[in-house]
Design a protein around this ligand. Structure first.
Ligand code: PGA
Length: 259
């Protein structure tokens, strides 16, 4: 199962993940990071930006999880724009090494296969940052997504469009389709680090960590991964039955293990 770490704040979560990434990059300067968008990973990027001067991030490669289909890349809410604004610029990354699935309609039929080929050419993803949607999605793999799926076009649920309407002028402006790394793609990353904050995520976290492994709750795919870390605040942890055990094992974790 995933290791569950319950932290007191988003900033504490961000600092933990930034420390793990710093250690990874120190050991492997050409590390490949899987990048998530949405509000959840922002504390990680902020913590990384704060320690930027003590790390050499110039040779890392990044792969975003997903992108909207048909939204111009210049749109401020395209995930290419979000990744540039929240990650590439504050961390001073080389933009040519940071990949986002191509949601352009002209090339959409082969964009998934192209993305898979790019991940493979980079040697695979070392550490994948993940959020989880209230539907239980990871990336934009909505309920019902195959555990074997690779990067492809999906239709967003109405719930996800409502959740993401806050980034747009109205819900109608949220694109209907997305292109997302599949659950099979995510599964191939060497280390999965999923973060969730707030009570709204508590049911999805309880289902993903302690519920049955089911395509109906895509986050439950983490239970099949050999190295998955789930970092949650108290509110997101509030429906976990084994929370006391997770606290106990983290308090007694051997220091050599890292995250
Ligand atoms: P959020 O989205 O980080 O904005 O809550 C998470 C997700 O949809 O995966």
């Amino acid at each position: 199962m995933a290791e569950v770490i319950i932290v007191e704040s988003k900033d504490a979560a961000g600092a933990l993940v930034a420390e793990e990434i710093a250690a990874l990059v120190a050991a492997k300067p050409t590390a490949v990071l899987g990048l998530a968008t949405g509000s959840t990973p922002l504390p990680v990027y902020r913590a990384l930006a704060e320690r930027r001067d003590s790390m050499d991030l110039s040779k890392i490669t990044g792969f975003a999880l997903d992108e909207y289909v048909g939204l111009p890349v210049e749109h401020p809410e395209s995930y290419r724009s979000v990744i540039n604004r929240e990650v590439v610029e504050p961390l001073g990354l080389d933009p040519d090494r940071i990949h986002v699935p191509n949601g352009s309609l002209e090339t959409i039929e082969h964009a998934g296969a192209d993305y898979e080929a790019a991940i493979e050419a980079a040697g695979g993803i070392d550490l994948q940052i993940l959020g989880i949607g209230t539907t239980g999605h990871i990336g934009f793999n909505e309920p019902g997504s195959s555990f074997a799926s690779r990067t492809r076009v999906k239709t967003l649920t109405e719930q996800t469009r409502r959740d993401n309407a806050r980034f747009f002028d109205s819900e109608d402006d949220v694109p209907m389709h997305c292109i997302t790394q599949g659950l099979g793609t995510i599964h191939r990353a060497r280390h999965l680090v999923l973060l969730a904050f707030g009570e709204g995520k508590a049911p999805a976290i309880a289902g993903a960590v302690e519920g049955p492994v089911t395509a109906s709750l895509p986050g439950s795919a983490l239970q099949l991964h050999e190295r998955a870390t789930v970092i949650v605040d108290e509110a997101a942890a509030s429906q976990l039955k084994n929370a006391d055990y997770y606290r106990h094992s983290y308090a007694n974790k051997p220091t050599w293990q890292g995250l």
